[in-house]
Design a protein around this ligand. Sequence first.
Ligand SMILES: Cc1cc2nc3c(=O)[nH]c(=O)nc-3n(C[C@H](O)[C@H](O)[C@H](O)COP(=O)(O)O)c2cc1C
Length: 209
Amino acid sequence: MDIVQALNWRYAAKRMTGQTIPADKLNTILESIRLSASSVGLQPYTVFVVSSQEMRGKIREMACKQPQVTESSHFLVFTVNENITEAYIDYMIGLTASTRNVGMDTLADFQTNIKKMLLSRSVEENFDWAARQSYIALGYGLVAAAVEGVDSTPMEGFDHAAMDEVLGLKQHGLKSVVALALGYRDEQNDYLVKATKVRKPADSFFVTF
Ligand SMILES: Cc1cc2nc3c(=O)[nH]c(=O)nc-3n(C[C@H](O)[C@H](O)[C@H](O)COP(=O)(O)O)c2cc1C
């Protein structure tokens, strides 16, 4: 499948079979998410990979009982930093220096500018910014899953406070934003399995000059 075929093949599955995704495919999807672009490279998100059936049972209860939560193979929860701290910025700049084997001094201006930009904003503004970054990572996951022939459902339909509680996110300084169920479509029981994809036509979607 080329990428457009894969994106036409994918849809947000409402029912899945419970079949497990092979480790190599799961790793490709997770690695694609990790490789997502993020503003100033700060990756202000952490992805929880939930395979425990017990944990997914709890999550389903707080996700309007959506079947994909327990019928998926793996359930990913995208969480973001509750607050962007100076220590976090320093950590990421340090990671850049060590990964690229350059001195911290070469990154000093960049570090100062990032701090000026982010530390002058409110916690809420930074949370919204971080959440937007996590949606880009979600998009990478959706596309990677499609290319790998793995079904997925992006999900916002859950009680965020309850999710934070059950995953113990507060103690990590994180908050849940969005989720991605990964697995295999249940052809027999998913009413959407043969539904034609609905998208705005290209001639009104794109504006060209
Ligand atoms: C951020 C986001 C949140 C979504 N939340 C849910 C959800 O909680 N449950 C669900 O069944 N589908 C959810 N969807 C799926 C959308 O309804 C679906 O992507 C849209 O109708 C387009 O259809 P398609 O993805 O099947 O092509 C969500 C999609 C996105 C991008």
